[in-house]
Design a binder for this molecule. Structure first.
Ligand code: 13P
Length: 387
């Protein structure tokens, strides 16, 4: 029999509550859970389910202005608000995008931005049946006392920012922190990452936003797939420990994990079947079925690789919706095709729709890989990449 001393005291009800809740002999035992999503709980469950709907996934377009600047520089454009607006208009206005995309993660500037023809970007998304989301973390800084690792800022003032974002139309949020395998990861870095994600998730839910929980395990390193698997198990155990301790309602969250792959500089490559096998084993061991959706990041994989790996994971039914929340693996060909020229907008939107459709098919386990361009097969890993 499990001894009470083996259980974390924080998971147990206070004695006074337990005594008060004991049924009399005539009453059936009422089961109650201590989860606290407050007045928004029904809405959170609905939002999470709608983002995690069959054949759809998330377009991550929440690059900070600095990162967006790097993307624009790659096609020879200056990092001006007008150029960022033109690019983001192109993305959200792609005709029929909502057939494949259920949510779009925006950077704060975009949540308050209009399209080039004066419509609110949020309204364009809603018309497309795409739920607007918002990046709420404030980015990574060095974690003093660690092995050159980082931690994610943004908890100060988060409740009031989330409330304002909800008013502006956002219905889900994202917080991205990272874990580096070559630098350890140290127990300190993993604990800090997990605790920050859990505090953020509780605050987001309290203000009506479904939190996307994203501890990105970076692709950097020469390690093999086994090592990634081991670190991922450790990270997700800590994340769920603290999510539970912070009374986060699992039915109202979404996860954004890295797939379990070898390090980018590992000599041995993995097939989509191997990536799927390791990743699904990880998810089964660590993720409760109450969680509605697993929305993977692409992390520097090529567009085609990210689609193939997702497709391999959907060859048999899963307890959660297993889908995508890609930035680079949805936008890369689209951005290059646009090149900043008005006459290329339609072709660029078609490129985005091609990727969105391929990933939609992969979510359903029906992607065949037919007609993929050489461009889409090119890897996008950048060593030490930062957002
Ligand atoms: P990538 O798909 O480019 O890794 O980006 C996803 C993302 O939003 C990381 O936070």
């Amino acid at each position: 029999m499990a001894s009470a001393s083996l259980l974390k005291s924080s998971f147990l009800p206070k004695r006074s509550e337990w005594v008060a809740a004991r049924p009399s002999a005539a009453q059936p035992m009422a089961v109650s859970f201590t989860v606290r999503a407050g007045s928004y709980s029904d809405e959170l469950v609905k939002t999470a389910k709608s983002v995690a709907s069959p054949g759809r996934g998330i377009l991550a377009m929440d690059e900070s202005n600095a990162t967006c600047g790097k993307r624009l520089a790659s096609i020879g454009l200056e990092n001006t608000e007008a150029n960022r607006q033109a690019y983001r208009t192109l993305l959200v206005a792609a005709p029929g995008l909502g057939q494949y995309i259920s949510g779009a993660i925006l950077f704060e500037e975009t949540l308050y931005q209009s399209t080039t023809d004066g419509k609110k970007i949020v309204d364009v998304l809603v018309e497309q049946n795409i739920m607007p989301g918002i990046k709420v973390d404030k980015g990574l800084v060095p974690l003093v006392g660690s092995n050159n690792e980082s931690w994610c800022q943004g908890l100060d003032g988060l409740a009031s920012r989330c409330a304002a974002y909800y008013q502006q139309g956002a219905r889900f949020a994202k917080w991205r922190t990272v874990v580096s395998i070559p630098n350890g990861p140290s127990a300190l870095a993993v604990k800090e990452a997990a605790w920050g994600l859990a505090r953020y998730a509780a605050i987001a839910q309290d203000n009506g936003l479904v939190p996307i929980v994203e501890p990105e395990i970076l692709l950097d390193g020469e390690h093999g797939i086994e090592r990634t698997f081991e670190v991922s198990q450790n990270v997700w155990a800590e994340v769920f420990f603290y999510l539970a301790e912070n009374n986060v309602m699992f039915e109202g969250i979404l996860l954004k994990p890295s797939m379990v792959t070898p390090g980018a500089e590992c000599k041995e490559k993995a097939t989509p079947e191997q990536v799927a096998e390791y990743t699904l084993k990880l998810l089964h061991r660590r993720i409760p079925p109450a969680v509605p959706g697993i929305m993977f990041l692409s992390g520097g994989q090529s567009e085609v690789e990210a689609t193939q790996n997702l497709n391999a994971m959907n060859q048999s039914p899963n307890p959660w919706h297993v889908s995508f929340s890609y930035a680079r693996a949805l936008q890369n060909t689209c951005l290059k095709t646009w090149g900043g020229r008005q006459e290329n907008v339609k072709a660029a939107q078609d490129a985005l729709l091609t990727r969105a459709k391929a990933n939609s098919l992969a979510q359903l386990g029906k992607y065949t890989g037919e007609g993929e361009s050489a461009e889409a097969k090119e890897g996008m890993f950048v060593k030490g990449y930062s957002y």
